[in-house]
Unconditional design. Structure first.
Length: 94
């Protein structure tokens, strides 16, 4: 089982935010300022300790100059080999 399968969605989201932030060479403080959030809040999200709201997610992705879909697709938030409802529906339709 891969490490991604063992992490919660909060942890995977936090890791993705951290990876993107580091890719842009931003400090937590700089990201917090851009997103209009507190630095400790950013730290807690990156450690997977908080479950951010959709509004907070939107602030973060805008501050990181990325879309939510690109963050999920390109930074390891999705769990590999986890069947989705869409894939299950497609199998039934075939």
């Amino acid at each position: 089982m891969s490490q991604n399968n063992q992490l919660s969605i909060k942890q995977r989201f936090g890791k993705a935010i951290r990876r993107r932030r580091r890719e842009l060479d931003l400090s937590q403080e700089e990201l917090a300022e851009r997103a209009e959030l507190h630095r400790t809040y950013i730290s807690n999200i990156e450690r997977g300790e908080l479950n951010p709201s959709l509004e907070t997610m939107e602030k973060l992705v805008k501050a990181l100059n990325i879309t939510v879909s690109d963050l999920f697709a390109n930074y390891g938030i999705e769990v590999e080999n986890e069947p989705t409802k869409d894939s299950q529906l497609l199998k039934r339709e075939r």
